[in-house]
Design a protein around this ligand. Structure first.
Ligand code: BGC
Length: 471
């Protein structure tokens, strides 16, 4: 997910709305549905994969392709969506995303061979890539400034809710082993999203960019109510557009900008190397490794993973602006390293007692808690805060693209690692990464809490060390 262009203050994740206009709420919910679809697509494969593998008699490599083809599409979608959302506008980009969601999920549900399934997953990926860039951008542009942070958080939350919902529906459908129905659930949600997007207004900011100020005023009148507010916001949009985006040129000319782009890429690689998606995509398989042999048990454990993922996201929302980014990241990486290490220790044993099996599940949940309260949301927040205004679109496109590529590499290598290294060593590897990220956080990640984006930009461009561009 990409956190969008913001104006002068650090993202206020916790700021609550005083009164939210009904229209804004509807528009926000509709756009946040893109997050739900994002989550559905991430989560659906974990439950469906064992059945798909059985139907098409697939080995590990082909299964990895089915999982990771979506990330490949998403990386392409994320790269193309900066251009699309500028040319077509945010609404039409979302519409295109919605059509691709419907087409991709229908193709997956009807797939008659593994290759068709992979093609369907690439199309779905394109949709997720477009939605993961455009929806938060759109949300930030239609949200009144005082609730912008809250709206972006809702989008984050929707991703985790989407994952949970699809884990639940997978669990219900697993008795019959009907993977086509599992994937079909995504198709139905995609149709609802498509209908919803048709009712969305265009983003006022985009309309101003395209010299359609009268239409922008009309949309703002519907969303804001007071004429004074509408005119103030139009003026603000116009003044912020004075800063021309010249991302690639800036990247070539300015070494300081290259440093912030590099930090954005590193942050996203770190987020993926925590190992979160190993669990998101392969949870039932991991529970099988831990000795849960019935499909039902594996699926219910997976549902609990989804639930912990949703609930722990509230910790980040509640504390990020109070404690700051770095303390939460330290705690998160520490918890993740401990969780992964404990799972590795358990998987190293030949036979687990029932008590040890439950301990393994508890440790996986601890890992999920560590991720969802820290690196899950915070990496996105940081990625949006560290880029200078002139290069924000470019910087965020690069980091979002990296997220999907790293996601793909993790998804595409897990089963091979499991076979090559064994469960214990694979999980030790991820535990090691998380421990190393505590050190990376100490020496490279800035604390951006309560610092304005202008201050961050000023320090970055003055050549300060990355760790010092915040407070
Ligand atoms: C990550 C995704 C992950 C999701 C899990 C997001 O922040 O970018 O890769 O699947 O969190 O909740």
């Amino acid at each position: 997910m990409v956190t969008p262009n913001t104006s002068s203050t650090a993202l206020p994740l916790t700021r609550a709305p005083s009164s939210v206009n009904f229209q804004v709420a509807c528009v926000g919910i509709l756009a946040a549905l893109a997050g739900l679809l994002f989550g559905l697509d991430i989560g659906v494969i974990s439950g469906a994969l064992p059945f798909i593998a059985a139907t098409f008699r697939l080995g590990d490599v082909m299964q990895e392709w089915i999982v990771s083809s979506m990330m490949f599409g998403a990386a392409l979608g994320a790269v193309g969506s900066g251009w699309l959302s500028f040319r077509l506008g945010r609404k039409k980009s979302l519409l295109l995303g919605a059509v691709l969601f419907v087409a991709g999920s229908a193709l997956c549900a009807l797939a008659w061979s593994a290759n068709i399934m992979i093609a369907g997953r690439v199309v779905l990926g394109l949709a997720v890539g477009i939605a993961s860039y455009t929806a938060p951008l759109y949300l930030s542009e239609i949200a009144p400034q005082r609730i912008r942070g809250a709206m972006i958080s809702v989008y984050q939350l929707m991703i985790t809710i989407g994952i949970l919902v699809v884990y639940l529906s997978n669990t219900q459908l697993s008795a019959s082993g009907n993977w086509r129905a599992m994937v079909g659930v995504v198709a139905v949600s995609a149709v609802l999203f498509l209908l919803g997007v048709l009712c969305l207004p265009d983003s006022p900011r985009w309309l101003v960019i395209r010299q359609r100020k009268a239409e922008a005023r009309h949309v703002l009148q519907r969303l804001r109510g007071s004429d004074e507010q509408v005119e103030a916001e139009l003026a603000e949009i116009e003044s912020s557009l004075q800063v021309k985006q010249r991302g690639f040129q800036l990247f070539r000319e300015n070494a300081n900008f290259r440093r912030s782009v590099g930090l954005g890429l590193a942050l996203q690689v770190m987020q993926q190397l925590t190992g979160i998606n190993v669990i998101m995509y392969y949870a039932p398989r991991i529970f099988a490794e831990a000795g849960f042999h019935s499909t039902r048990d594996q699926m219910w454990c997976t549902v609990i993973v989804g639930l912990v993922n949703v609930l722990s996201t509230f910790i980040a929302i509640g504390f990020v602006d109070r404690w700051g980014r770095k303390p939460i990241l330290y705690a998160g990486f520490f918890i993740m390293a401990a969780g992964m290490g404990a799972v590795a220790m358990m998987l190293g044993q030949t036979q687990l007692s029932v008590g040890e099996q439950y301990f393994t599940v508890a440790m996986l949940l601890l890992f999920i808690l560590g991720f969802a309260m820290s690196a899950g949301p915070l990496i996105w927040v940081l990625c949006s805060e560290i880029q200078p205004l002139q290069g924000r679109d470019f910087g965020i496109t690069c980091s979002t693209f990296t997220n999907w590529i790293a996601n793909m590499i993790v998804g595409a290598s897990f089963l091979s690692l499991l076979h090559g290294l064994g469960g214990a060593h694979t999980f030790w590897l991820y535990a090691g990464f998380n421990a190393a990220f505590i050190v990376v956080t100490r020496y490279f990640i800035p604390e951006t809490r309560g610092v304005s984006l202008e201050q961050i930009e000023g320090k970055l461009m003055a050549g300060k060390a990355l760790v010092d561009i915040g407070r």
